[in-house]
Design a protein around this ligand. Structure first.
Ligand code: IMP
Length: 427
């Protein structure tokens, strides 16, 4: 039976514009699945004048009839998920009948946010710059095997006791290590109320997705964050606590690697990063960087923080493509470079007289930091926003795209030239 399982994943430090690309691909899909991360993500889709930012829900929710799955690899915050569902239903998007949440997904509890902030403060100058959404502490409980799974929200007889046990453990940490007041038990009442509302979405998503595949349905696995924030392969410790890469997609959705036929990597035409950590091609000129941020609208969709900006990083992009087994690329925000007379393109790193055109980000933390080596490419200095075919792009823009394809060893199949749904080139 013909079916397609595709993974869509970010190849940089998140914020590549994945929301818009998943939205463009969702039409042919029967199900979209979030497989890792949680409300640290903010996937933005602009339809007409309406901008929607999704934190938990797969972007397929904006397409009627698409089944939306929150997979076992996700950590979810009941309160913020309920707000997201309410926000969509108020704008006329039907969520209830299409949302399925894996019983093995983990629950972010109110104290996880508190712990996230305390952990950051305890790190002093080496803070990570997390989104403060409780992601790290929730995954810590998951891997310590003391977390709360979504399915356990339905076990009314034992839920209160489980929450009390975890709160008591957290309170020991707060009072003894952080030396602050313990949290009150009324937080538990909130969770019990939220559990009531979310219970109907609980699902054995393994069986659901495998049955869909057997029935010839198409499934899109939607990544959050990006390869350079991957807990194993990213710029550790300045990373998130999950695996956004395609290997993580299989684990986090419960599908075997052999069924994945397409891996779509999303790249921005330049690089950005929110939070701390190495960023070799970051703009060094403060005024230039500030103008660029403003003009490109580089503010975080979840935290509103300004994003750090820099030139396209080829060696890291090549690494991310190889790591993910990327079969095609979606390149976003090409239009942001429209006014530039010249564009710097980092094609390799130099480290102790050796040049590298592929570089693992985990090596950036070491003592011998590499220097980026740039090629200067001509800009096109004209608007690309009206282009709807590749041939309508200026020559210099096509050459820029070709250079990215060359370093990534992967063809660009989708090109975004503006925030709107229609500002897209398909090849
Ligand atoms: P956490 O995922 O909130 O623990 O944050 C860890 C690091 O990942 C921080 O540098 C965050 O800024 C970054 N991060 C987490 N989620 C996103 C995202 O969706 N886009 C961009 N950066 C993110």
């Amino acid at each position: 039976m013909a079916y397609e399982v595709a993974v869509l994943t970010g190849l940089q430090w998140g914020d590549e514009g994945k929301g818009k690309i998943v939205d463009a691909l969702s039409n042919g899909m029967d199900a979209t699945v979030r497989y890792q991360g949680g409300p640290n993500a903010g996937h933005t889709v602009v339809v007409g004048n309406v901008k929607t930012v999704l934190h938990h829900l797969p972007t397929g929710i904006l397409h009627s009839g698409v089944v939306c799955v929150i997979g076992n690899g996700v950590v979810l915050d009941p309160q913020s998920l309920l707000e997201e569902i309410r926000m969509l239903e108020q704008s006329g998007i039907e969520v209830g009948a299409r949302l399925r949440i894996s019983r093995a997904a983990h629950v972010i509890l109110p104290w996880h946010r508190e712990l996230d902030q305390l952990n950051e403060a305890a790190k002093g100058d080496s803070f990570i710059g997390t989104t403060g959404r409780g992601i790290g502490p929730t995954y810590s409980h998951k891997y310590a095997r003391t977390g709360l799974r979504f399915g356990q929200l339905a076990e009314t007889a034992t839920l209160r006791e489980r929450l009390q046990t975890q709160l008591a453990e957290v309170n020991r940490l707060l009072t003894r290590v952080h030396q602050i007041e313990p949290l009150q038990e009324d937080l538990i009442e909130q969770v019990l109320e939220q559990a009531e509302l979310l219970r109907p979405f609980s699902c054995d998503t393994f069986t659901l997705l495998h049955n869909m595949m057997r029935a010839g349905k198409n499934i899109l696995l939607e990544g959050a964050q990006g390869a350079l924030l991957d807990i194993d392969h990213g710029t550790y410790p300045y990373v998130t606590s999950s695996n956004p890469t395609s290997g993580g997609a299989c684990v986090g959705a419960g599908l075997p690697p052999g069924v994945v036929g397409r891996v779509i990597g999303v790249l921005k035409a330049y690089n950005t990063r929110v939070g701390e950590g190495p960023f070799p091609t970051e703009f060094s000129d403060v005024d230039f960087a500030r103008n660029f941020q403003e003009q490109a609208g580089e503010y975080g969709a979840t935290t509103g923080r300004l994003r750090r900006c820099g030139w396209f990083d080829g060696p890291l992009a090549r690494f991310a493509c190889r790591l993910n087994g990327t079969t095609e690329l979606a390149l976003t925000k090409l239009d942001v470079l429209d006014d530039m007379a010249e564009i710097q393109f980092c094609s390799s790193y130099r480290q102790e007289d050796t040049l590298y055109d592929c570089f693992p980000p985990s090596e950036l933390a070491g003592d011998h930091r590499p220097e980026p080596v740039y090629e200067t490419l001509p800009g096109w200095q004209s608007s690309t926003r009206a282009a709807r075919t590749f041939s309508e792009l200026p020559d210099a823009a096509r050459r820029y795209v070709a250079r990215i394809e060359e370093i990534c060893e992967t063809p660009v199949k989708l090109l975004s030239v503006g925030p709107g749904r229609e500002e897209l080139i398909r090849r």
